[in-house]
Design a protein around this ligand. Structure first.
Ligand SMILES: Cc1ncc(COP(=O)(O)O)c(C=O)c1O
Length: 424
């Protein structure tokens, strides 16, 4: 499938130059068709339905979970929790790090301890490059469990290096969270090397990866990365709809994790005074109540679609467009570009910039109103980083252009022409 073929599935590309894929990627029509098919042909609740279309709904949802686990993340379906987005995935983990796990066991209905048995000298480590969704859950957790909260400062180019983690992590560090790639600097990080540095400093330290800018943009094998948790949003790189996402959890941890919600669908038996959580599909303990059936079907279809393109080709194409944009930006005066500009090794398909003398929202508004170019402006939910860059007062953040496979070199040319006009 060529980018032009994908554009035929995205009518929005006829009207706009859509460069806001790091926020949300438009959903290709075959994925929408899969959801219409559900509504028109087998609209029923999943599990326990004894009639044919309920069985079909269950089967399509089960297949979708398999597709996402195996072909997007490369993990076992038993290790994949379906979530609303990356934010919910992080909050699921934060909950289990804090709360004891209540269940009926052979020995009765009782609590098992939270994933970590916290004491005041323990440390939680994250970075100042993180999206608020991979920052606030850990900051709040640290306050709740009375642990130290330590942050790593990235390089000026927005890179996280293994040695930074080697220095921050010690025998008291129980948990580290960091991102696969940055939505506000367009950098990606050497996740396996960083995890090796963490685990050699403390083999018992749990590691959480925010893959919101990784999944769908680069080939993933979450187990090979060496992390304990990997989270993503379905509505970005994976081409699914809003309201979808996921969390990989190493199986041994998942068994001991407390779900934050309880209710129908996540138990194997209930009595007047206790319950037993389901043990057949442990990851579905996080599906209290009817799951987002439409979301699951769509996410399964989107991963199929993505695999028709080939995620390596997505990465190559975004790389080409990013390099082309960065090269073109070099000749434009009054432009401040954030993140790596020359060495593309640790760059993803997002370019952040400001135009001197313009607020970031004004640039974004002008790009839309005059050229129908859609970009994102502001702090990108990364206020700690924006404070380091010192761009909040002057620019209200920065402007971001971000790509997916359907974007074209011609669209980058239009953006470059527009920026020459605005910045010239
Ligand atoms: C790096 C990163 N992490 C987390 C998130 C949160 O994603 P969501 O709002 O889909 O939960 C985003 C969204 O932009 C992101 O870019």
């Amino acid at each position: 499938m060529q980018p032009e073929d994908m554009r035929r599935d995205l009518p929005i590309t006829n009207q706009f130059i859509y460069l806001d894929n790091a926020a949300t990627t438009p959903v290709p029509s075959p994925i929408i068709d899969a959801t219409i098919e559900y509504f028109e042909e087998y609209c029923a609740n999943v599990e326990r339905g004894a009639y044919s279309i309920a069985a079909k709904a269950s089967q399509v949802c089960d297949a979708a979970r398999e597709e996402v686990a195996r072909r997007l993340l490369r993990c076992d379906v038993e290790e994949f929790i379906f979530t609303r987005n990356q934010t919910q995935a992080a909050n699921h983990v934060a909950y289990a790090l804090e709360h004891p796990f209540l269940n009926r066991w052979d020995t009765g209905f009782k609590f098992a301890p939270p994933l970590v048995d916290w004491s005041p000298e323990n440390k939680i480590v994250t970075t100042l490059l993180e999206h608020h969704s991979n920052f606030l859950p850990w900051l709040r957790l640290a306050k709740h469990v009375k642990a130290q909260f330590e942050t790593i400062t990235p390089t000026v180019e927005g890179r996280l290096l293994p040695e930074m983690f080697a220095e921050a992590v010690d025998e008291n560090t129980k948990f580290v969270a960091f991102q696969h790639a940055s939505n506000a600097m367009g950098t990606k990080h050497d996740v396996p090397a960083i995890i090796r540095a963490i685990k050699s400093a403390n083999p018992n330290c749990l590691v959480f990866i925010d893959g919101a800018q990784g999944a769908g943009h680069m080939s993933l094998d979450v187990k090979a990365l060496g992390c304990d948790f990997y989270s993503f949003s379905g509505h970005k790189g994976p081409l699914g709809p809003p309201g979808t996402g996921g969390l990989f959890v190493r199986e041994e941890l998942l068994r001991r994790m407390a779900p934050s919600e309880v209710g129908g669908g996540m138990i194997s038996s209930v009595t007047a005074d206790d319950y037993m959580l389901r043990g057949d599909h442990r990851a579905r303990r996080w599906d209290a109540g009817t799951p987002n059936i439409i979301g699951l079907i769509a996410l399964g279809a989107s991963v199929k679609y993505l695999n028709r393109i080939g995620v390596e080709r997505v990465a190559e194409h975004e790389h080409k467009l990013t390099k082309y944009l960065l090269d073109g930006m070099r000749d434009i005066p009054n432009l401040i570009v954030y993140g790596p500009k020359d060495d593309m090794t640790w760059k993803v398909g997002a370019v952040c910039f400001n135009v001197k003398g313009w607020g970031s929202y004004d640039v974004s508004l002008a790009l839309d109103s005059q050229w129908k170019i859609l970009t994102r402006a502001g702090h990108h939910c990364c206020q700690p980083l924006m404070r380091i860059l010192d761009v909040l007062d002057l620019y209200n953040g920065n402007v971001r252009a971000s790509f997916h496979y359907f974007n074209l070199v011609e669209e980058v040319d239009t953006l470059l022409e527009a920026l020459k006009t605005l910045a010239g």
